[in-house]
Design a protein around this ligand. Structure first.
Ligand SMILES: NC(=O)C1=CN([C@@H]2O[C@H](COP(=O)(O)OP(=O)(O)OC[C@H]3O[C@@H](n4cnc5c(N)ncnc54)[C@H](O)[C@@H]3O)[C@@H](O)[C@H]2O)C=CC1
Ligand SMILES: O=C(O)[C@@H]1CCC=N1
Length: 273
């Protein structure tokens, strides 16, 4: 990764991306981060990752040396951040927004500059280089800007180019997706403990079930239905378990989760702060 990047916002997502970038060999000298007010957070980022940090009030120096600025604050904090950023930006600098919901047009209109904007929707599995990131070309951006975003985010997992309007769905599916899996893990562990297993045994077994199944799914040519059928002996335990899942509407629950998260992303994009 040959670009110099400044993150505006030093929260969970910025840390996940930064960890992934550094773990995959990105020189820490090329990564900077700034935060609104939490100095301890910046000290932590500097101590843990050796990256350059600076307060929001003093970002000029960081922006001047960056080819890419990644917006990584909550949507409600976007406009004050842009107010501060505007006067420091040069026109050729690429802005990448990881904000849920907010369109590149909203960012571009509010900034009032011609900076190219690409949107990316990663997830926290970036920490271990396993994000599933959706990327969309936004205002003023061309293919070369998309390629830069792809280069950055392919260091922390897979990238999938989509139209910007589809990023709401990508957010509801893949941005939020790790939380759905973690919830399933919590429920499976709880079920095992409630039904009589020791907590430690339940924990070890459930986690390896998820890790093993995920590893099998890494081959995109493998059909999950086929994998499921291989587990399912006729009249056996899995058939009984799967029947209970569908009787309790697993497919509907997951459909509703993705749908409601997508709707929430659309709502976030419409809010005025
Ligand atoms: N957490 C996740 O799994 C994902 C989050 N996102 C998006 O990433 C963004 C950040 O989310 P999190 O990291 O979870 O939130 P967070 O609350 O952990 O971090 C946001 C950070 O931005 C800082 N900030 C606020 N205003 C600022 C300003 N004017 N200048 C500099 N820093 C400022 C805050 O102090 C905070 O440290 C959100 O827009 C979210 O939609 C996208 C994909 C996944
Ligand atoms: O919950 C959220 O709004 C953010 C976006 C995707 C994951 N976390």
């Amino acid at each position: 990764m040959k670009h110099t990047i400044t993150f505006i916002g030093a929260g969970n997502m910025a840390e996940a991306i930064i960890t992934g970038l550094i773990n995959t060999g990105c020189p820490k000298e090329r990564i900077f981060v700034t935060n609104k007010s939490n100095n301890e957070r910046l000290i932590y980022m500097n101590n843990n990752y050796g990256i350059g940090v600076n307060h929001d009030r003093e970002i000029k120096e960081l922006i001047d040396q960056s080819e890419v600025v990644i917006l990584a604050m909550k949507p409600k904090d976007l406009f004050p951040a842009l107010d501060h950023l505007r006067s420091h930006l040069q026109n050729n600098q690429l802005i990448i927004s990881v904000l849920a919901g907010t369109s590149s047009k909203q960012i571009s209109d509010y900034l009032g500059t011609q900076n190219p904007i690409v949107r990316a929707m990663p997830n926290t599995s970036a920490t271990v280089g396993e994000s599933a990131t959706g990327i969309a070309r936004g205002a003023n951006a061309d293919d070369s800007h998309l390629r830069i975003a792809e280069e950055i985010f392919s260091a922390i997992g897979t990238t999938t180019i989509v139209d910007e309007e589809d990023l709401h769905l990508v957010t509801g599916l893949a941005g939020s997706g790790p939380a759905y899996i973690y919830r399933i893990v919590e429920s499976l562990e709880q079920a095992a403990v409630t039904l009589g297993l020791e907590q430690e045994a339940a924990k070890a077994l459930v986690r390896q079930v998820i890790v093993g199944a995920a590893e099998m799914l890494k081959d995109l040519d493998v059909d999950p239905g086929e994998l499921r059928r291989k587990v399912t002996s006729p009249g056996g335990t899995t058939a009984a378990g799967l029947e209970a899942l569908e009787n309790n509407q697993l497919s509907k629950a997951l459909f509703e989760a993705v749908k409601e998260a997508t709707i929430r992303s659309q709502e976030l994009g419409k809010q005025q702060y």
